[in-house]
Design a protein. Sequence first.
Lengths: 481, 105
Amino acid sequence: MTYKSVTEILEAIKKKDISATEITKDYFKRIKASDDLNCFITLTEDSALNRAKKIDKDISKNNLKPLSGLPIAQKDIFCTKGVKTSCGSKMLDNFISPYDATVVDKLNEAGTIMLGKTNMDEFAMGSSNETSFYGAVKNPWDYEYVPGGSSGGSASAVAARISPCSTGTDTGGSIRQPASLCGICGLKPTYGRVSRFGMIAFASSLDQAGLFTTDALDAAILLKEISGHDPKDSTSSTVEVPNYHDYCINSDKKNFTVGIPEEFVNDLNDDVKNSFYESVKILENIGCKIKTINLKHTGLGVSAYQVVAPAECSSNLSRFDGVRYGHRSKKSESLESLYRESRSEGFGKEVKRRILVGTYALSAGYYDAYYLKAQKVRNLIAQDFSQAFEKVDLILGPTTPDKAFKIGEKMNDPIAMYLSDVYTVSTNLAGLPAMSIPMGFKEGMPLGLQIIGNHFDEKDILKLSYLYQKETDWHEQEPGA
Amino acid sequence: MDTTDSHHLGKIMDKNTIKKLTYLSKLSIPESDIDELSKNLDNILKLIGEIDAAPTDGMLPMAHPLDFTQPLRDDVCQKNINRDANQHDSSKTKDGYYTVPKILD
């Protein structure tokens, strides 16, 4: 089997070089051979093969949809009708969703075949995939290292080539950080670009669904299919969805003005700095004009985020009370103890910690000092970006301060873990789109380049990524090759 | 919760505060975990306390990243998920209602 990318698979299916059933069977073989990565919480082999047969029948009648026969892995945060949707938590270990998330619905409608549900940090709270109830996911470049998080299973699966693409969610970097650490592309669209309906909520004003692929063109193909207004999500946008793929291929645009914030590069170690500035040279050769800029309040991004996100999490996770769905404690003697015991047994340490911080920040006497202040800092950060986009088309920086860290290395130090997202959280606070693409290696582990765009300017992020990937082969590197 | 201190950022998270927070959050934390939790929460409060110095005078709080009007759908009845589908876990339901421990004797 030589087909690896979304583009190659779709082309092969279209030409009838391979059937949907053959490609699906092949991916399940790959998944089973890489079982020790722990990428999947649930595999849906029977339903996938049944669906592949149906798609093959449709194809034989020339009924081809945009993504007919494309295997995909879904992050276990997206509700999938009739399939366990655990969100990486004991709390939802027994939860079978009665409906599909809009992202899942749209991808099904476009012809994809779901391989299974991927492992993730519990309720998307983590940067290493170690907070999952189902155990840590491993980085396919070196099994002793984390794949990043929270969408670690989705990223590891694409990096290991056991799924050609996958979905993820990004609240503070949960797509871009694991994409960077696993050496693949991870796209977080503009807040509101993709519906959040059926995506289990962590921090509703920050959460956004997105994608993992091996290259920018694949991301462009998939983004078009999952984007657009959804009446079921009151925060989804009505802004028109362009044909990102055609724009990447056909637009002549090359001379982007690209801003490099001093705040993103000043403290980098030499290896990351060298890889980053080699990438900058490539962009200059393409025709980009590079400008140094300042985003002077982004240094407060992690601090503001660690108020806003836990505050929203403490509110969102109050729905898990053991009454209607999810884990119910057998110890409960009263309604109060039913709530308390079910939540205490169902949630892991990191989730509890964030609920407590959020409850503290929202409680009487503390609200102004923490939550209101953090919202004002959020506005400062958003204004920094708005002012920067008056001077530049795109903003460039490293996705993460360093390569992946070892499993267990930061689990007892939440602050060190939170600082893994130092370059990613600010874009969530401002609601901006951003993408991580591979830019090199440090000691055999991948490094990521982050491209940030203005609201709804995913097309230029994808175009610049596409141009960069025409000049480099970092995205073609595979673990164990 | 203590509301007398007007400047709370970087405040030490003592055991009593943790107990109050666990009560409000409907969580219980084993006594053996309290010291570690207290240390971690202290460090988190120190980290988030950095926002205190930010120059936010006259700045409006930002609750949502996009400044747009919420589009409304037509006011038409729609088919929703039925009750049976939502209540497929019968161990928690009886005659279409959710069951909980007795509240009144």
